[in-house]
Design a protein around this ligand. Sequence first.
Ligand code: ADP
Ligand code: MG
Length: 593
Amino acid sequence: MNPDAAPQPADELRRILRRIDGRGYKAYKDIAGAYRLERMTLYIDRVQGDPFAAPSLLRLRLPASIAAIPPALHSNRPRRIALEDFLARAARRAITRITEGRRGSGKSGAVFVDAGGQEVLERTAAVVTPDWVELRIAAGLPAAGRRILGREAAEMLLDELPRVAAALEWNNLPQAEVKTHVECVENQEAVRAALAERNLVAFIADNSILPRESGASDRPLSPRAAVPFTAPDSLRVTIPTPNPVPPPVGDGSPQVTGMGIPRGVTLIVGGGFHGKSTLLEALSHCVYPHVPGDGREYVVTSADAVKIRAEDGRRVENVDISPFISHLPGERDTRAFSTDNASGSTSQAANIIEALEVGTTLLLVDEDTSATNFMVRDARMQALVHKENEPITPFIDRVHELHRNLGVSTILVMGGSGDYFDVADLVIMMREYEPHDVTADARRVASEIPTRRRPEHVHPFSPVRNRIPLPEAFDPSRGRREVKIDVRGTEHIRFGRHDIDLRLVEQIADTSQARAVGYAVHLAATEIMDRKLTLRRVLDTLDAFLDDQGLDALDPFHHGRRHPGDFARPRRYEIAAAINRLRTVRMRQAPPS
Ligand code: ADP
Ligand code: MG
């Protein structure tokens, strides 16, 4: 198919389908192309080879004059992303409604759109430009066994799918809901932008619902069971928003009130089961905006926050973990530390250094998922095991310095060790899911009960050594395919023949984001890495490229005009995390700057 060829009349598609009706599935290849329908253009970009293969990829493009969506709803970047997100959700609803009960066997006749979950991410599923609105879908072309069902295909392509796409016309959209969605996302991004100028790293609105339905569900716990969030008076701030904030979070005026967490070292303490980890989890996910009704739609974290945890077994490539770990047994040099099987503490140290390397300014750490010996060594242990025999400089001796020297804040859940009172700027206690500012009490306790521990850091925490990734270490080929990158959920990327284990990389929002991470790694390796650029600069370039070209550019075969596959925009931190976990990766340390 020549993608530049002018669309053919719909009757041409009808004619081809009549001709290939009853023939072997391969004959479906003949329908690839563009067709002019009454109110839109149908692009059949990729036709599956058989009924059991991945479904065919299609696009439906409506001219702006027909979609007639008010330009104000996509007048800036957050608005456009929110609108596109909503359109994909509207298409998903329409698919359920329109194709209900018309399934053949298997995937035959099924239609999919990659709409989002609780997060609102830039994605390829729906695209709005000043000139058109485009819906990207996948469809199983109808078959009986391996025979083409031409009549059913005509019904699907020329009737059902256009009706799905028609759901994106302004007259058919739930207009008030679209507006609420767009305004809510724009508000969240406005609060995020306001954090820095107010010296904050995170914000949690009053009446937010933080707990989730279950460990397996990202939906909010029912309002009957959940205790809404209430800020302590000493930390309460009000932030103006561009649009009204509706109840239960707001009062309909354009502002939102809640708890602001300042830069520095913040400790979240409290008894077990009082909601500490739930609060940190919310902060960790709220680097992305959320849909209205999520309960966390006015929880906003600095966009560069990275959740840090222990991850034993991971590979580490040439990372200078010496700020935390030095003189390992056997004289291993921790200034250029590599291993195929990191321990709890070395993996946690590497996770911090790697996040700093690519620019985070906020670390989120939970005692539940940390290595104990990495977090603290108390006075008794210091007395028994001498520093010469202990390679680890615990986090407690670095966390304050991280802020003072490098401007990197930490929010730390710590119910188990009061030693941290000495290094905290703010102590929040969770009591029955309510936060209390207990900083003054913690200071008093700290002076009344000295820990008697000696700070252990010897060298100051210097800026992190940059590394240069070597492009030849990235091979996405598998079998006959030059580029074969796929995902299993959010947990694994299969990059060529290699598995990238992302099970403990917690801030990947959905499968399409994981897939985009895989393709972003490939794009970075083929188009950006040059054996001289540091990983940090590679990611700067990649971000600028995606900002400029859009997510479609992640598809190596896209060339500007076809269904690029389902992608959601990843952050640089997750792209770096994937690169760092690819077991073939090789990096060279850059000279100190
Ligand atoms: P901690 O880390 O302090 O031990 P968690 O955050 O793991 O506690 O919370 C314990 C339980 O309480 C979880 O099942 C969680 O879903 C629930 N929970 C947390 N916050 C709330 C809340 N605001 N309202 C109701 N239940 C909550
Ligand atoms: Mg916990």
